[in-house]
Design a protein. Sequence first.
Lengths: 187, 388, 525
Amino acid sequence: MTRTHIPDPELTKRNNRMLMWLGLLLVGMGVFAWALVPFYQLVCRKYGVGTVPQLPNKNVVSTGIGSRTVTVHFLGLINAGTPATLEPLVPDMVVHVGETREVNYRFTNLADHPLEFQAVHSVTPPRADADFHKLQCFCFTRQTLKPHETKVMPVSFWVDPKLESIFNTVTLQYTLYALHPEKLVRR
Amino acid sequence: MQHSRSISRNLALVGGVAAALFAASPALAVGGLPNATPVADRVDGLYNLIFWITFIIFLGVWCAMAYILVKYRHRPGRQAIQTHGNTALEIVWTVIPALILIAIAIPTYQVLNYEDKAPNPDMTVQAIGHQWFWEYKYPDQKLDFSNQDLVIPANKVVKVLVSSVDVIHDWAVPEFGFKLDAIPGHVNEGWVYAKKPGDYDGYCMQLCGALHAKMLTHVKALPEAEYVTWLHDQQKAAGVPETPAFGVVAQPPSTTGVSAETTPSKVAAAPAKPALTSPAALKAQGEKVYGANCASCHQANGQGLPGTFPPLAGSEYTNGAADKHIQTVLKGLNGSITVLGKPYNGAMPPWAQLTDDDLAAVITYERTSWGNHGSVVTSDQVKAQRGK
Amino acid sequence: MSVHPASVHPHAAETPTWVKWLTTTDHKKLGVLYLVTAFFMFLVGGLFALFLRAQLEHPDNTLFVREQYNQFITMHATAMIFMAIIPMLIGFANFAVPLLIGARDVAFPRINAISYWLLPFGALMMFSSFFLGGAAGGGWTQYPPLSGGMFSPGRGVDLWILGLHILGVSSIMGGLNFIVTILNMRAPGMTLHKMPLMCWTVLVTSWLQVIATPVLAGVLTMLLFDRNFGTSFFRPEQGGDPLLWQHLFWFYSHPAVYIMILPAFGIISEILPVFSGKPIFGYLAIAYSSVAIGILGFTVWAHHMFATGLPASIRAVFMFLTMLIAVPTGIKIFSWVATLWGGNIRFYTAALFAISFVAFFLIGGLDGIFLASIPTDVQLTHTYWVVAHIHYVLFAGSMLAIFAGLYYWFPKMTGRLLNEGLGKVHFWITIVAMNVTFFPMHILGIMGMPRRYFTYAPQFAPLNQMESWAAFALGAAQLLFVFNVLWSLKKGEKAGDDPWSGNTLEWTVSSPPPPHNFDVIPTVR
């Protein structure tokens, strides 16, 4: 190997020292990258975006019922490869802000074997998510259903009076995932 | 060392490319597609503004360059003018672009706000992406179509809820100015107001696998009357009850109740209502309250849901002691019970937040409908049961 | 100091040339290796583009459809970004920067060699997927769930991830090397404000590589784990979110586009003054606007996500920051035009490419404004307008600058000039074909033609056909360039030390430079 320069020990020391600092920066950026994951969840909870599930907030109790009404739409979706049905028993409900209401969803396991399910919630408009408080929800935990079992499970919620005044309707969608989904048929 | 020749050839090519761009510019200036919604109108207007601004900048730079390349081409004996910079000029060409961007930003915010602040919807549809087709649901009308055109009324505000059941798709109708990602686990909302009836092309606009290019769709906007006819025909064909085409099929709101936990100052006082005394009046009001609050579980016909929600028709609760019935409604009921010989193990929420009048009405309704022979219940009786 | 001239050992075995190249740590040779390897990958990526354009030549074509089409679009973009454009620019940085700053080599020559060798290794890993069950097919952006285990079974995505990891390490190592080199090893008297603009842009690029690439490594690893080890970063059913990928991916990939353009800005800033015969106009403005672009580049990632349903207020913040970047970019365009003004312009091929960069990169910058403004972005994103923008900034931008650099520095690297006649033919065909291929994509975009489609509706057919034929002409023109290189290596006119009357340090030494670059390290006044 041809040496293309005559080594200068002073320069080498400076170079190595700078490399060391840059190496630390590199490690720092690596840590930063992984720290972005919980940071993302934090920000999403605050702004109510993303599929990051809202934490159960049983302690957030309504302080009073207001006269303002909001229409809440309920949707249920089945993710691909999930042998189940999920429907709200009512498509919508007109509620007062601050008022605790309950909506029930009917789950059916269509498979011949027991399955564990997870419902993932999503609220639109996105900024309404933080104002939609769930006291009790089947989405907080995994649900196991026996073969061909039908279960009706409630979501108990209230809409915060702080909800922006331009929002008259809030849509709550649950997407149901089987945790060990059937293999998809590839087309 | 070769010298280059034929500046005219250079210019000819520069001119040729510029001419081609000029020729193409009417197509760009018009914005391409007919605008079928007010959102598309505004996006198109913004597009035109940005187009003319950028076109003028483009023209300015190209004309300057063409002039410079001719005037300052190498000539024997020419000396280049040795400038390093010009502070005034550099400030100008920093500030002016910034101002131009502000000029673009202002109408941009206006259009963004217009689109974001959706008007009250006349109806709602869901566009659900599958590999590789679109499913359209009408949640309030209980219709569900896959792999077919989306039919909507023209001149009505249609809320579109976009989601997916597998990978990320995107529901886009360029003539509407509509585009929204369909993300599994998420629901996104947008709105469409077709200015007139017509047939509009839709596409999946997010790579979703092998047949992404084949996930085409159409939106048919029908005149209102035709749409309503179509809707009711579909409902009949699907065997679902006919519902209004527009507006939300929702239970009316519960009356403003004073729940036991609230302080009076935080709650708007409910307007005083005439006391419901006659059984007929109680029953009529009760039917409304029942529909809004109880029917979701116990069903409109009082039959409940086998295995899940006990029936009210013929039940021991609705035909038995009034006090027990009132307590059940006020406090809710958890745990194992038996109704008409069948076990139930559910959770019924409390209804103490309803007014005494409403409670009296709904309990009366339950006790006197579907063949039940329970007694009529008054609001005084309900009041007496509170706190017990 | 003892000296061992070759004459002392007359029968010492002479190392064969190919071994010298394989084991070199000389930045000049490594620079050439980068350029040759990456140019080859440019031809491979270009070949894939021709597959795509052949398929799109008319609707309902059956040459490359469905999964195969998706694999080719994925690997076309991946090859061009990570194996062609970035490494070619690094190749120029390698060759030129030590010479430009009056140093004998980079700070860590052996790390430099490893950086280079990771390039062919990474490329092999990526392309092996074609022979191991199929390449990744989720686009170079690989959004989950499509890129996840359920919808992309097989090894393609995993090999793509591993290959990209290797290329990322190469990129990071290069970045580290150049930061230390530029900050510590400038010739005496060369303050930061006296160093050539190529070095400024390479310095900012190197910082972007070191800061951003670890985030890419992180998100790639998360996808690898989701696919293979049961984690759920991106899977909603276990608390994950597909949008997390998009945020993290674009956090890297937006700075990545500045990695792809900043060194190009540097090359243009070196070449235009030489062929105008006057100094660069607005040296400090160009230097510091490059820094501004580098910093701002980290703040705008979500402008790639305007159609995902983010709240309008969040989108507006990103829009504002994105529009801001137009200002430092505009400053550069105007400064380059002002550099030409008042000059004594010599239209060598290198100059033609550099001038055309200014003219055509401008189009890519301007059409980006439509994408910065949210309402027009929502209309144009996911359509061919974006394809037009990408190719104007990367082909009419980066590639034209790369060609300019190749014609400019080839004589310094090899001692011979590239043939000017062939060069001009290559130039004109490239310019015309490039515009006919990519400009109509703007129109297709506003007509609503979606991107990543292997077939399309009939109304899009005439423009697509024209673009396909032009693309083939564009490809053929590059073969002309390859021929020029091979011919000129043997038969090209000898260049001498300074064929262009340049004004930077590399032109003060022989062509090619001696191994140690400078007999005496110059002092800069």
